[in-house]
Each structure stands twice: as C-alpha cells, then as structure tokens.
Design a protein. Structure first.
Length: 457
C-alpha cells in the first residue's frame, strides 16, 4: 500500500512507477533515514504521542531494519518508491500497526532534507580528511626538495627561477582555501529541517530543539516553508567540489606537462600511469588526465542542480528528487580522485638536472633591471634598457649572459662588469626573501606555516 494511496482508486501506470522511484539511488541514505526516524520516535514519545512500550517496539524494529541494510539482507519490494517508503514498509512488516505512528507529524519533505544533511555531514568529514592527506603529501614533497630550483612560468613561458617546493606549495594553499570553504559550508549543512512537516510545521508538540540536540545539529531551520525546499547546502557542496576540481585539474595539467619528455622535470610512479595498446614505449599519465577530465564532471553536477532549482516555486516540488544523483556522483568522484592524486604527489620524482638545464638566463632579466634600479634608474626605464639587451642577444644568437660588456654599455653606460654577477639563479631565488617568496628562508617559513595549518594551529 502506498503511503498516500487513500486518495487513489486506480493503480499508477507501471512506467510512472519507474519514473517516480528514487530508491535505486537514494537507498544509500538508509542509515541517515533510520537515525532520523529514531530521533523522531523519541520526540513523539516526549510529546506524549507514543507510549514507552511503543517507542521501544519502534526502536527495536528500526535496529532490525538497520541490521538488514548493513548486512545486505534488506529485500527491496516493487512498491518501495524511496528509502523512506522502504524503511517504513519493512518496519510495518516487523512490528505491525504501531509502525504507522512513526510518521505522525512528519512528511517525506522534511524527512529527506534531514537525511541529506545527516549523510552529508559524514561524507564531508571524510572528504576533508582526504584533502588534508593530499596537502600533507604536498608539504612532504616540498620539504624533501627545498634546494631544488626550476623555471617558473607565466603564460607557459619561462618567467623567473623559483624553488620547486615553492611551486608545490602553491597548490597546498589552493587546497587550504578549499578546506576553509568546506568548513564554512558544513556550518550551514548542520541546521535541522526535521519538524518542518510538509511545509507548515506541525501541531503535535514535538520539540525541535530536542531533535537538533539528539541528532547533533547546531540549530533548527527558522522557517518551515524554506526548510523543505532549501537545497542551498547541496549547491554549496557542489560549488565547493567544482572549485576543488578546478584546482586539482590545474595541478594535473602542470604535472602532465612537467612529466613529458620535452620538460622532463618530474617522473611519475608507474603505479599511476598506464601503457598504450599500440606503442610499447608509452607510459601515459592517465591518473592526471582523468583528474583533469573529472573536473568537468564536477562542474556539470553543479550546473545540473542550479538548473533544477532556478524555476521552482517555494516549498517542496518533486523536481528536488533530482538533487541526489549529481550530489552522490560528485561525492563518489572525489572519494576516489583525492587518494589517487595524493598517491601521485607522494611518489613524484623530481629531476634536478633537467630543471637546471632548462633554466634560460633570460629568466634573470628582471634581476638585471633591478641591478639598474639600484643605480638610480627608474624601473620603467630599466625595463626598457634590459629589453633592448635581450633583443640584441637574440639578434646575435647568444644567451643573455653571453652578450659582451661593450654591447651592454652601448645600451647604457650604467652597465658595468659586475652585471654578470646577476646571472646566478641561486642568488636570484634567494633575493626574493619577502614573506611568501621563493627564497630558501621564505620557503622554509612557508613549510612551517603549512605544518601549523595541518596541525590545526
């Protein structure tokens, strides 16, 4: 019998049954649904709507249903529209008519909103832990290779020399912002909709503050109409995941380039690559390419839910059933992506010789401009003069540091023989000792700051 069957004297079309059903994907909410039902039963008892014996019967029955789900013995019936229907139907089979009292004052509208938040809390905590492990792997990678210098890029063109650890930690701080966004979103996840009923609240005296305390929520939703239609927290989580996916994709793209034969800056552990079905020599960076590709999936899930919600009137509408599949897909994707990316990072093998060999002395042109600035030349003028020197070196087919002194002095008499001291990558890197810079001391301070973040200090 349908929970709502009294209104109907005909059976629902078979295709409509399948179209309407959500159990094939919302079954994963079983634990949250049962936990919420336990709390609601206790709330009904406190309101004088269940006797102590009835409460004990319901709780014992819910424990049995939970055991069946946990062990894989729960038998789904064709009439089970969703997880709520399935749990209540089985509870009725186990304890009889008293099961019908469990839904007193409660709607599937506030029930599903509560289930989603209970489920999300645990999932977000697991994902936060996974993201922290990725950050820890980045810090370890940076700390192991503090001395290593590589070209830094803008526009994918060599720009200035930097420390390898400085590049690595640039992603640490991206992922730290992701963790901060996640913590902020979790605050809004932890607001209880239960007790909002279908849209107008309930009239039976169940204490929502008790329910919130019982289920570990920080607050109750202040408006029942909003509570049953609110999916902002899901949008926030999907938005967070999309931003995280973009950051992961950028890291993947850097590593795909750096692992190529043309760059050769890093070697990937073969456990995170795959071979070619035709070309025996290939070791394809598939873990990274999939990370890059799945960012599109994460973005798509956010867009899908935004489009579902954008035209809805207030309160609950059946369209909201479409919130779960994009959410579950995003959570599943990240649950697999994060440990794989952590494995890639923790096993990275940087190649110092290739990084050093790739450094073009033209990346020290800014240092040469600073050389003139220290002699009183305005920076814009210094930039222009060094630009002329770079152009002259290119015209002669020479690296910048091989351009003769007379050529420099023809551009400006302020160039003297000590200008060649500028062409030292180690010196140039260590000159950038400002907080957050790439100098040895600045990088070590940055590593310490990252360690404090990981320790929660």
């Amino acid at each position: 019998m349908k929970l709502w069957g009294g209104r109907y004297d005909v059976d629902v079309d078979e295709l409509m049954e399948r179209f309407n059903a959500s159990l094939p994907f919302d079954h994963r909410l079983w634990e949250a649904d049962i936990e919420g039902s336990r709390a609601w039963a206790e709330g009904l008892h406190r309101a004088g709507l269940l006797t102590a014996e009835e409460l004990e019967t319901l709780l014992r029955g819910l424990d049995h249903v939970a055991d069946e789900w946990r062990s894989g013995r729960f038998e789904v019936k064709p009439s089970d529209e969703d997880i709520h229907t399935a749990v209540e139907r089985r509870l009725h089979e186990l304890v009889g008519e008293v099961a019908g009292k469990l839904h007193t004052g409660r709607s599937r509208n506030d029930q599903v909103a509560t289930d989603e938040r209970l489920y999300l809390r645990a999932e977000l905590d697991r994902l936060d832990a996974g993201l922290r492990e990725l950050q820890a792997a980045l810090v370890e990678q940076a700390e192991r290779h503090v001395e290593l210098i590589m070209p830094g890029y803008t526009h994918l063109q060599q720009a200035q020399p930097i420390r390898y650890g400085h590049w690595v930690l640039s992603y640490f701080w991206m992922f730290q912002r992701d963790r901060e966004r996640l913590a902020d979103a979790r605050k809004r996840v932890n607001v209880l909709p239960l007790g909002a009923g279908a849209l107008a609240g309930h009239s039976l005296g169940v204490d929502r503050r008790f329910l919130a305390e019982r289920l570990g929520f920080d607050a109750v939703s202040p408006n029942s109409l909003d509570a049953v239609g609110d999916r902002d927290v899901l949008l926030e989580v999907l938005s967070w995941a999309a931003i995280l996916g973009v950051h992961a994709s950028r890291l993947a793209e850097d590593l795909i380039l750096y692992a190529s034969r043309e760059f050769g800056f890093v070697r990937l552990d073969p456990r995170y690559t795959t071979g070619s079905s035709l070309m025996p020599q290939k070791a394809n960076p598939d873990a990274l390419e999939l990370t890059r590709g799945k960012s599109g999936r994460l973005i798509g899930n956010l867009v899908a839910l935004l489009v579902v919600l954008k035209g809805l009137p207030s309160a609950y509408n059946k369209d909201l059933q479409e919130d779960k599949e994009p959410l579950f897909d995003t959570l599943d994707t990240l649950r697999l992506l994060l440990p794989v990316l952590t494995g890639v990072v923790s096993t990275l093998q940087p190649q110092p010789e290739r990084m050093r060999a790739a450094l073009d002395t033209a990346t020290l042109a800014t240092d040469l401009a600073d050389y003139l600035v220290r002699r009183g030349v305005p920076f814009r003028r210094a930039h222009h003069l060094v630009g002329r020197a770079v152009a002259e070196a290119e015209r002669r087919g020479l690296p910048l540091h091989r351009l003769p002194l007379e050529a420099f002095r023809a551009i400006s008499p302020l160039f003297e023989a000590d200008l060649y001291e500028v062409f030292d990558a180690e010196q140039a890197v260590n000159a950038r000792a400002s907080e957050g810079g790439t100098a040895d001391a600045a990088l070590r301070a940055q590593i310490e700051a990252a360690r404090r973040v990981l320790a929660g200090k």
